[in-house]
Design a protein. Structure first.
Ligand code: SF4
Length: 241
């Protein structure tokens, strides 16, 4: 029996996957995104300890709210760092016919491939499509995200693409063009405006927040970028027919 390290549980969330969902935020992340709003999840072996059964017992009372297309999303942190625990957790959820989703920056190994057999949806967060800029923004390589994306496409696993738009970092038309190719096979794609709600946590943890002078993007810019992305995705879809 594996043990899971859980940061917190959001009982009824509406933004991390379809329908009404319980979102389990897991401890541990090796990335260091400059805009991270959950830096308190970075440490691995802390938070509240649960067995898979204890976690199911804790959230099963929300099942009536999931109705048709809701369910459970694991987020973080990087939930895939606890893939073996999640396999046990998802096995129990599937016995209850509960829809399972993983919110991840993307990584792949044998345990994760096994977990994906019990996963209904992956919310793949693409931070930046340029490997050098990705490293500057997150401290990590883009390659694991690319590998996971390819694996999802090759194995017909449902996925959404999400990208946080940070003005001055990943909001140029060429960047949006590059993002389009990851969205072509996705069931859905979303651009999420950068926000500063996590700044307080960085301060409390004694960390230096390097984006303090960056303002969130305007609604107009977000609309414009979404339009550009839709056009690019449609062009790619037409050429691949
Ligand atoms: S991947 Fe998510 S949890 Fe990890 S640093 Fe980036 S935003 Fe934060």
């Amino acid at each position: 029996m594996k043990i899971g390290y859980i940061h917190s549980i959001e009982s009824l969330g509406t933004v991390d996957g379809p329908g009404i969902r319980t979102v389990v935020f897991m401890q541990g992340c090796d990335l260091r995104c400059r805009y991270c709003h959950n830096p308190d999840t970075w440490q691995r072996s802390c938070g509240t300890v649960y067995s898979a059964q204890e976690l199911v017992d804790k959230i099963i009372k929300f099942k009536p709210y999931f109705i048709k297309n809701g369910g459970v999303t694991v987020s973080g942190g990087e939930p895939l760092l606890q893939a073996e625990f999640l396999y046990e957790f998802f096995e129990l959820l599937k016995k209850q016919s509960i829809h399972t989703a993983i919110d991840t920056a993307g990584m792949l190994n044998d345990n994760i491939k096994k977990l994906l057999t019990l996963t209904d949806l992956v919310l793949l967060d693409i931070k930046h499509t340029d490997p050098i800029e990705h490293k500057k923004l997150t401290g990590a390589d883009f390659e694991p995200t690319q590998r996971m994306h390819q694996y999802l496409v090759d194995n017909n696993i449902d996925f959404w693409i999400r990208q946080v738009i940070v003005p001055g970092i990943n909001n140029t038309p060429s960047q949006i063009q590059a993002l389009a190719k990851y969205c072509v096979n996705a069931q859905k794609y979303e651009l999420i405006p950068y926000h500063t709600l996590g700044v307080k946590k960085w301060r409390e943890l004694g960390l230096l927040y390097s984006l303090k002078d960056v303002a969130p993007p305007s609604k107009e810019l977000m609309k414009e970028l979404k339009k550009t992305l839709d056009n690019e995705v449609n062009k790619l879809k037409k050429t691949s027919r």
